[in-house]
Design a protein around this ligand. Structure first.
Ligand code: NAP
Ligand code: ZN
Ligand code: ZN
Length: 346
C-alpha cells in the first residue's frame, strides 16, 4: 500500500482540500499510473454533494484520468511502462455476466466497480482521479493515442464515451438529424462526435450566448430553449435528441421535437424523478431512453475515432487549488467546455 497526493472533501458541504489517499500494492494484473491530468465532470459534484445517495467521506472523485504507466504487475500483457493511458468511470466488473461478456461492463449485472465511491474487490472504497497516482487492473485501462493532446484527452474518458456510445447505438450518421441539449462538457463532445459521424446537428441551449462556439464545433443550427418559439419551430424535427442537462427539464416539450420513430436519450443525471405524459410518446411512436458511459472496448474505439477525426475536448487547465472555484463555475454553466486539473500541482 502507498499513500499518494489527492484533493478530497471531508463532507458534502466542505470545500475540497489537499489530502492523501491509499493505493493498493500493484497486483499481478495491475498497472500503477502516474496521473497527469484529471477532468472535472458534473457527476463529481452530484456525487460529492450526496445528491445521488449517501457517500463515505473523506472522498476523492475524478473519473476522467490520463497518465503514464510507471509500474506493471508480473502478469500484465496489455500495457507497458511509459505508455500513455486513460481510466474512465469504472475500474472493474464481474466479467462473467451476460452484459460483461457482451463487452458492456458498464451494465454489469452485479454492478460495475466505479472509479470512485464503489466498494472494491478488497472491501475498500475506491478513490478517484483528483490524485497523483492510481492502481488499476489492466483490463480497465485504455490506450490514449498520441494524436490527441494530453490534457485534452482526459475528458474523453467520461464526456467522450458517454456521448459516443448513444450516438453510435442510435445510428447517428449521414441523413440523421440530431439535437444536443446543453452545451457543457458532455454536450460539446456530443456536437463534435455527431458532426464527425456525419449527422446534421442542432444545439438546444439556455441562451444563444455560446452559438458561435456551437457552430464552430460542427452544429448547423442553434436555438435558445428560453425562447418558447423554439419548441414550435422545431416540432417533429429530430431523429435523435441527446439530453446532457444536469437538472430536470420539461421532457414533454423536448419529446415533441422528435420525428417518426425518434428517440430522446437522457445522459444527464439529475437526482429528481422527471414526469412525462405517455401521450407524447404515442405521437410519432417516440421513445425515451437512457444510456450510461460505455464499455471498455467501445471506449478504446471512441479514443481511436477521435484521434482519426482530429476531435478533442476544449479544455481549461487549472491547478488543484482552483478546483473549488471551477466547481462553482460548472454549477453556473460557466464552463468552456471542460475543466482539467494539472495533477502536477497537487
Ligand atoms: P456540465 O458541463 O455542467 O453541462 C451541463 C449543461 O446543461 C450546461 O452547460 C447547460 O448548458 C445545461 N444546463 C445546466 N443546468 C441547466 C438547467 N437548470 N436548465 C437547462 N439547462 C441546464 O455537465 P456535464 O459534465 O456535461 O454533465 C451533464 C450531466 O450528465 C450531469 O448530470 C452528469 O452527472 C451526467 N453524466 C451522465 C453520464 C452517464 O453515463 N449517463 C456520464 C457523465 C455525466 P447550456 O448552458 O448550453 O444550456
Ligand atoms: Zn463523468
Ligand atoms: Zn458483469
Amino acid at each position: 500500500m502507498r499513500l499518494v497526493k489527492a484533493y478530497s472533501a471531508p463532507s458534502a458541504t466542505a470545500p475540497l482540500a489537499p489530502a492523501t489517499v491509499s493505493r493498493r500494492d500493484v497486483g499481478p494484473k495491475d498497472v500503477l499510473i502516474e496521473i497527469r491530468y484529471a477532468g472535472i465532470c458534473h457527476s463529481d459534484i452530484h456525487f460529492m454533494r450526496g445528491e445521488w445517495g449517501p457517500v463515505t467521506y473523506p472522498a476523492t472523485v475524478g473519473h476522467e484520468i490520463v497518465g503514464v504507466v510507471v509500474e506493471v504487475g508480473p502478469e500484465v500483457l496489455k500495457h507497458a511502462v511509459g505508455e500513455r493511458v486513460g481510466v474512465g468511470c469504472m475500474v472493474n466488473s464481474c466479467r462473467e455476466c451476460d452484459n460483461c461478456k457482451a463487452g458492456e461492463e458498464q451494465y454489469c449485472l452485479q454492478g460495475n466497480t466505479g472509479t470512485y465511491g464503489s466498494v472494491d474487490r478488497d472491501g475498500t472504497i475506491t478513490q478517484g482521479g483528483y490524485s497523483s497516482h492510481i492502481v488499476v487492473d489492466e483490463d480497465f485501462v485504455v490506450k490514449v493515442p498520441e494524436a490527441i493532446p494530453y490534457e485534452a484527452a482526459a475528458p474523453l474518458l467520461c464526456a467522450g464515451i458517454t456521448t459516443y456510445s448513444p450516438l453510435r447505438h442510435w445510428n447517428a450518421g449521414p441523413g440523421s438529424k440530431v439535437a444536443v441539449v446543453g452545451l457543457g462538457g458532455l454536450g460539446h463532445m456530443a456536437v463534435k462526435i455527431a458532426h464527425a459521424l456525419g449527422a446534421d446537428v442542432t444545439v438546444l441551449s439556455h441562451t444563444l450566448a455560446k452559438k458561435a462556439d456551437g457552430l464552430r464545433m460542427g452544429a448547423t443550427d442553434y436555438h435558445a430553449t428560453s425562447d418558447p418559439a423554439t419548441f414550435t419551430l422545431l416540432r417533429n424535427r429530430f431523429d435523435l435528441i441527446v439530453n446532457t442537462v444536469s437538472a430536470p427539464i420539461d421532457l414533454d416539450a423536448y419529446l415533441r421535437l422528435l420525428t417518426l420513430n425518434g428517440t430522446m436519450v437522457n445522459v444527464g443525471a439529475p437526482p429528481e424523478a422527471l414526469p412525462l405524459h405517455v401521450f407524447t410518446l404515442f405521437d410519432n411512436r417516440r421513445s425515451f431512453a437512457g444510456s450510461s458511459i460505455g464499455g471498455i472496448r467501445e471506449t478504446q474505439e471512441m479514443l481511436d475515432f477521435c484521434a482519426a477525426n482530429a476531435i478533442a475536448p476544449e479544455v481549461e487547465v487549472i491547478p488543484a487549488d482552483q478546483i473549488n472555484q471551477a466547481w462553482e463555475r460548472v454549477l453556473t454553466s460557466d464552463v468552456r467546455y471542460r475543466f482539467v486539473i494539472d495533477t502536477a500541482s497537487l
